[in-house]
Each structure stands twice: as structure tokens, then as C-alpha cells.
Ligand binder design. Structure first.
Ligand code: ASP
Length: 431
């Protein structure tokens, strides 16, 4: 069996939904479709999920969500009309969702309705059975999947039947509706693939796979034919965002292959993500931008055990979750997403750390990016030397080089405003 997940752009309107049906009907092994909420039809358009978050924000302020919700109604009713579906039930559903949002059911409930309605419409259009994710997917407080999900789901899926399941949400053990992080329908697809022990998990998007570099930066960038789970996670971590990096976890132990494909060009092979990659060489380069840096120093910093943990706990209290760290004998450098803390929060955090830990110095500065080069069995010394010399030749200052903390990725610190040039220079040198 093949489990297919379709992203928002693949379901943006009735025309896209027809493409999805053609894809599903062209192979009888494609028996389960996991769907996102309708996405943007064009650059200026809004995603249904974004509109739903806006509806919730209005309701939380005590205002009616109706003006924004009407946009959602229009989109779904137009889809139903173009697909020639009976829209009476849909209309009643939309009404009760609006009432529930206005009554303050909260952000997760509101956001989840995009996937719910999308799956409902697709199940009618395909004539496939609808399974509500709230009845089958159990999400833990830390947003991981509860193991009971796999039994629940596999018990629901019967031989010879086809299903549509909404992505992005489930329920907690206490029966409260909960979403994954944004883009989380990829995670649902992976959960379903594992539950039914699928031979393949197809992830349908609006691009022809995962590119070796962002094609908006490197015009002639190639699609990566195949890469390992590990490389995919690490490339996603440095900004290549086609496939949700958390979606590897559910399929990790069963080793189900993932094929990222293009709904608009289904004949193209896309990218295969496999438990282990079969080649030797580089797969991609990407840069994660919008980072800030905390640098702190204290004589004999690591002499006292548990120091690093205590410092990190304090950062978490201020809402800062570092994504990368470097250590010296008496110093630590942490990088974190700038949007996690305002200037005043950074100042308060520095004051508190200095007071509580008796630091010699601490500072926060902004405008960093981390460039990642991923590959399989690469000669790290050679690759990093070539990358650094290409960057230097292009006049790009390097703030650190990290090779060896992962056997599939080399990380290089650069200034944020140079990130695109850095990707271009490294691509031209290495790929
Ligand atoms: N609709 C949700 C989002 O926009 C989840 C998804 O599409 O995967 O983030």
C-alpha cells in the first residue's frame, strides 16, 4: 500500500483537487490520502489555515470572526460547486465551525478545521471513506505521537477500502484537540504510513523534489534524486523546508521510503528519502537565516558540574531555545532564532545570567546565518577547506566552521545578509 500526503498547494482549488484524484486513481496501491488545508492559489492569496488563525484571534478579542470566516466559506463553497458536490452538509458544517470559533474553542481547534474540511470534501469527491484524525491520532503534551495511535489506526483501516484522513491534528489522551507545528500534515502522513506499514510514503507538493540548493537562489539547482533520512533532517534544519523535519521520526524504525513529488508534474521522479543513502558525495547546501548569538565567558566555567544545563534552563525561561552551540575552555556561544526574544528580553536574560552565575562577560548580537552542506561519506576536511576558500574568495567572512559533530553535515557561520551569496559561492565550488 502507498500512503499519499498532499500539501496545501495541491489542494488549493477544485482544479488542483482534480489533479490529486487523477494521481490517486492512476495506481490502485494508493489507498490512503492524507490532506492539508487548501493553500494559496497565487502569491497574493491566503492559506485557509492562516485565515482560521485570524478567525481565532478575532474571537479571542471578543469580536465576531464572521468577516474573515466568510472568505473561508466562499472558498469551500466554490470548490464544492466546481467539483459538483452536494453542498448542504458542507454549509451546515461551516456554520457550526464558525459558531464554535466565536465561542472560543481556541487556536488548535480553529486551525485544524482547514484540514478537516479539506478531507471531508476530498472524501466526497473521491468516494473514499473519511477518518477524522481526532478519532485516531493521539498526540502527547510534548507534541510527539502517542504509541496507541498506531494500533488505533491500523484497526480502522480495512482491506479493500480507501481512506481520506485530515493532516496536522489529533487529540490528546484527555480528548482535547491538538495540532502539530506548522506544516505538520507531513507528520500525519508519516504516522499513517507507519501504522499500515506502507511500502512507500508519497509526499506530494508543488516542487519537483528537494533541490540541492534553493532554486530561487541558485537558478540551475538540480533536484536531489535520493538522500538519507539523516541528510534530509539536517538539510531541513538549515532551512530547506520542503518536508517537515519531524516527519522522519514516525517512519524511522520501519525504514519506509519517502518520495517527495510534484502534483503538477507527476511524471517526474522527485526525491527519494531512504533510511540509508546509496551514494557517496554531496547532497545539498542551504542556509538558515535570522539568527542571533549569545557569547558568554567565565573563568573555570565548566569546573562546576551541571553548569551548562543550568544556563540552558535559564535561557528556556526567557523563551530562548538555541539551535546551535560552540564551547571553549571558559566560554560558550549559542545561536538562536532572533524572533524568539526582543531586545528587552535579551537584556533581562543577560542581567539575570550575570547575577545568578557570576559571569565575566555576556553579550548578544544579531544578524547571523548558518550554512549547512550535507552529504554522504564525504571527506569533511576537503569539503570544508574548499567551502571556506570559496567563501573567502567571494569576500564572505566566516564566523565558525563545524565539521565532525555530524557525519553528514558541515556547518559554517556567516553574516545573515551574505547568506544567499554564500549558498551561491559554495554551490558553484562544490556541486
Ligand atoms: N495547514 C497547516 C499549515 O499551514 C498544516 C500543513 O499544511 O501541513 O501549517
Amino acid at each position: 500500500m502507498i500512503v499519499c500526503k498532499f500539501g496545501g498547494s495541491s489542494l488549493a482549488d477544485a482544479g488542483q483537487m482534480k489533479k490529486v484524484r487523477a494521481i490517486l486513481e492512476s495506481d490502485s496501491k494508493r489507498r490512503i490520502a492524507v490532506v492539508s488545508a487548501p493553500g494559496k492559489r497565487n502569491k497574493e492569496d491566503e492559506k485557509i489555515t492562516d485565515l482560521l488563525y485570524q478567525c481565532n484571534a478575532l474571537a479571542q478579542k471578543g469580536q465576531s470572526c464572521r468577516p474573515v470566516f466568510n472568505e473561508i466559506v466562499k472558498r469551500f463553497m466554490q470548490i464544492a460547486k466546481e467539483l459538483k458536490l452536494d453542498d448542504r452538509e458542507l454549509s451546515t458544517m461551516l456554520d457550526s465551525i464558525r459558531v464554535a470559533i466565536d465561542a472560543g474553542r481556541g487556536a488548535d481547534y480553529a486551525a485544524s478545521r482547514g484540514e478537516y474540511l479539506s478531507a471531508y470534501v476530498m472524501s466526497r469527491f473521491l468516494g473514499w471513506e473519511f477518518i477524522d484524525a481526532a478519532d485516531a491520532i493521539v498526540i502527547n503534551a510534548d507534541s510527539t505521537v502517542n504509541e496507541s495511535t498506531y494500533t488505533k489506526l491500523s484497526e480502522r483501516i480495512e482491506d479493500g477500502k480507501n481512506y481520506v484522513i485530515p493532516g496536522f491534528y489529533g487529540e490528546t489522551e484527555q480528548g482535547v484537540l491538538k495540532t502539530f507545528s506548522r506544516g505538520g500534515s507531513d507528520i500525519t502522513g508519516a504516522i499513517v504510513a507507519r501504522a499500515v506499514n506502507a511500502e512507500l510514503y508519497e509526499n506530494w507538493t508543488d516542487v519537483s523534489g528537494i533541490y540541492r540548493a534553493d532554486p530561487r537562489i541558485v537558478e540551475n539547482a538540480e533536484v536531489i534524486p535520493s538522500m538519507s533520512y539523516k541528510e534530509m533532517r539536517e538539510l531541513a534544519d538549515v532551512g530547506a523546508s520542503v518536508f517537515h523535519e519531524e516527519a522522519i521520526a514516525p517512519v524511522y524504525s520501519s525504514g519506509i521510503p519517502i518520495n517527495v513529488k510534484n502534483t503538477n508534474k507527476p511524471e517526474e521522479p522527485g526525491t527519494m528519502i531512504l533510511p540509508v543513502a546509496e551514494y557517496k558525495g554531496l547532497s545539498g547546501v542551504s542556509a538558515r537565516t535570522g539568527l542571533s548569538r549569545i557569547s558568554l565567558r567565565k573563568l573555570m566555567l565548566f569546573k562546576k558540574s551541571g553548569m551548562r544545563h543550568a544556563l540552558l534552563t535559564m535561557l528556556h525561561i526567557f523563551g530562548i531555545r538555541p539551535c546551535f552551540s560552540l564551547f571553549g575552555i571558559d566560554s560558550i556561544v549559542w545561536f538562536f532564532e532572533t524572533k524568539q526574544a526582543s531586545e528587552s528580553v535579551c537584556q533581562a536574560m543577560c542581567d539575570r545570567l550575570t547575577k545568578d552565575f557570576g559571569l565575566d562577560t555576556i553579550s548578544v548580537d544579531h544578524g547571523y546565518a548558518i550554512l549547512g552542506i550535507t552529504g554522504q561519506n564525504m571527506d569533511e576536511a576537503v569539503v570544508s577547506a574548499k567551502a571556506v576558500s570559496a567563501l573567502t574568495e567571494a569576500g564572505i567572512e566566516v564566523s565558525f566552521v563545524n565539521a565532525g559533530s555530524s557525519d553528514t553535515t558541515i556547518l559554517i557561520g556567516v553574516r545573515d545578509e551574505k547568506a544567499k551569496d554564500a549558498v551561491k559561492a559554495v554551490y558553484a565550488e562544490l556541486f
